[in-house]
Design a binder for this molecule. Structure first.
Ligand SMILES: NC(=O)c1ccc[n+]([C@@H]2O[C@H](COP(=O)([O-])OP(=O)(O)OC[C@H]3O[C@@H](n4cnc5c(N)ncnc54)[C@H](OP(=O)(O)O)[C@@H]3O)[C@@H](O)[C@H]2O)c1
Length: 166
């Protein structure tokens, strides 16, 4: 079974999305981090995130979760009926990334080994949220604080959580 890593960006009030888009203009440093952390890894995402204009994907392979067996995804994306099936398809991978959104994070956070979480230190209006998770079950491997991003002037931090050994 691969290591399961989540990568997400949320506001300080836990918002991750609004009307199927990111609530803030893309943060260049956050995208750079995402691309460098996920390089060489395959990805799993929910159908709504797949349809978002800010869709992220891997050139190596992606799975879109959907309950619709007739769903047609573009080349480079296969579909799976649930997370268990997706993990079975990627059973030989060393590490895979869960890209969201809320519905998929809620399920994946219960089994995630690592969470790469960007926190924008401002409140945003949103309709989808990162799930509250038991932070005591994780140790912080790394934290980088940024005073202001280049595009929006927003302060943010990138935190890497690792699940503690049982
Ligand atoms: N800030 C971030 O890091 C980040 C990252 C990703 C997404 N987002 C945002 O999050 C929002 C989308 O989140 P969301 O919760 O509405 O949608 P989502 O999780 O992206 O997709 C939900 C859909 O995925 C399918 N799905 C999810 N779990 C499944 C399972 N276990 N088995 C089968 N199908 C499953 C279902 O598709 P069907 O309805 O087709 O069955 C469900 O309706 C957007 O605003 C997006 O921009 C933010």
């Amino acid at each position: 079974m691969p290591k399961i890593s989540i990568i997400a960006a949320m506001s300080q009030n836990w918002v991750i999305g609004y009307q199927n888009q990111l609530p803030w203009k893309p943060i260049a440093e956050d995208w750079e981090n995402l691309h460098s952390v996920t390089a060489g890894k395959k990805m799993i995402m929910g159908r709504k995130s797949y349809e978002s204009p800010h869709r992220v994907f891997s050139p190596l392979g992606n799975i879109v979760l959907t309950t619709n067996p007739d769903y047609q995804a573009e080349s480079g994306f296969e579909i799976a009926a649930n997370l268990t099936e997706a993990l079975r398809i990627y059973a030989s991978e060393v590490e895979i990334f869960i890209l969201g959104g809320e519905q998929v994070f809620k399920e994946a956070i219960t089994i995630a080994d690592k969470i790469h979480l960007t926190i924008v230190h401002q409140d945003f209006i949103g309709d989808t949220f990162f799930p509250k998770f038991p932070e005591d079950d994780f140790e912080i491997l790394q934290r980088t604080d940024f005073q202001k991003d280049k595009e929006n002037g927003l302060p943010f931090s990138i935190i890497v959580y690792q699940r503690k050994a049982p």
